[in-house]
Design a protein around this ligand. Structure first.
Ligand code: MF3
Ligand code: CO
Ligand code: CO
Length: 270
């Protein structure tokens, strides 16, 4: 077991955190959310994703935080920026945004040892009707998943809430990536699947911290990884969207650690 920790762990290896731990996660989550608020005004056609990442790197430092992604398994950037048919783990580059491009920006920071992990959707210029619908469905799917979070429910209840809603909209849920436990570590048990059946999976208990971060495709759910070993794209080249919050289970439900202080989690473009 990790010697940075004490306190109870379930038989599935899921840590149960204290009230003081919730306070640490709220601080870290707020730093991540504030960075995602402040980057919004920089997203315009002609901007490069590399420049967006440099701005994010500076914001992380200005907040007195540490990037969780720089140096993580060899990753070298403070954000993942996933444009159009990129599902997740897009690497910032000097390639520039075109009018109508949609993008997910995913930022994870460490503050006082606690990890804050969140992502949202943005648009460069004007949003197409089909992209707007995809983004709206993905956001609503995340929030429906979060609303299933309370002690006694299961992780399968969360996945089912997301999958059934998305598939009713004739879109698909990506299976190849999932949410994760976090806290004083970036990725911990359990794997938080964005599909599933009611009543299946571990039972939720007060004090669990994890992300929910559904990826939704307009076409088929299959993905592939590009030769850079990071970038995940839709196999059928259809558009993909994602939203991510870090949350904690309370006695009566949940708290979201990564709420936007500016009220700009969604939409980011107004
Ligand atoms: N922030 C991502 C997540 O939601 C992980 C990114 S790892 C990186 O779990 F190395 F690609 F940055
Ligand atoms: Co995450
Ligand atoms: Co993330």
């Amino acid at each position: 077991m990790d010697d940075k920790h004490d306190g109870p762990v379930t038989r599935e290896g899921i840590r149960l955190h204290s009230a003081a731990d919730f306070a640490g996660m709220h601080v870290a989550g707020r730093v991540a959310a504030t960075i995602l608020d402040e980057i919004a005004d920089h997203i315009v056609p002609g901007q490069s994703t590399g420049e967006l990442d440099r701005l994010i790197t500076d914001m992380v430092a200005a907040a007195g935080a540490t990037s969780a992604t720089i140096g993580y398994r060899g990753y070298q950037h403070a954000s993942c920026i996933s444009v159009n048919h990129v599902v997740c783990h897009g690497i910032p580059s000097e390639k520039t945004l075109k009018p109508g491009d949609i993008l997910n920006i995913d930022v994870t920071v460490i503050v006082d040892g606690w990890f804050g992990d969140s992502s949202r959707m943005y648009v460069a210029g004007e949003l197409s009707r089909k992209a707007e619908r995809l983004i709206q469905v993905t956001h609503d799917a995340l929030m429906l998943g979060i609303e299933a979070v309370r002690p006694g429910n299961t992780f399968g209840d969360i996945g089912h809430a997301i999958q059934s809603f998305v598939e009713n909209q004739r879109m698909s849920v990506v299976r190849d990536f999932c949410g994760h436990g976090l806290g004083r570590v970036f990725h911990a048990p359990p794997n938080v699947l964005h599909y599933g059946r009611p009543g299946q999976g571990p039972v939720l208990e007060e004090g669990m911290f994890f992300t929910i971060e559904p990826m939704v495709n307009l076409g088929r759910p299959e993905t592939k990884i590009l030769a850079d070993d990071w970038t995940a794209v839709t196999r059928d080249k259809s558009l993909s969207a994602q939203f991510e919050h870090s949350i904690g289970v309370t006695a009566s439900g949940f708290e979201i650690f990564t709420l936007s202080p500016a009220g700009r989690f969604h939409p980011t473009w107004r």
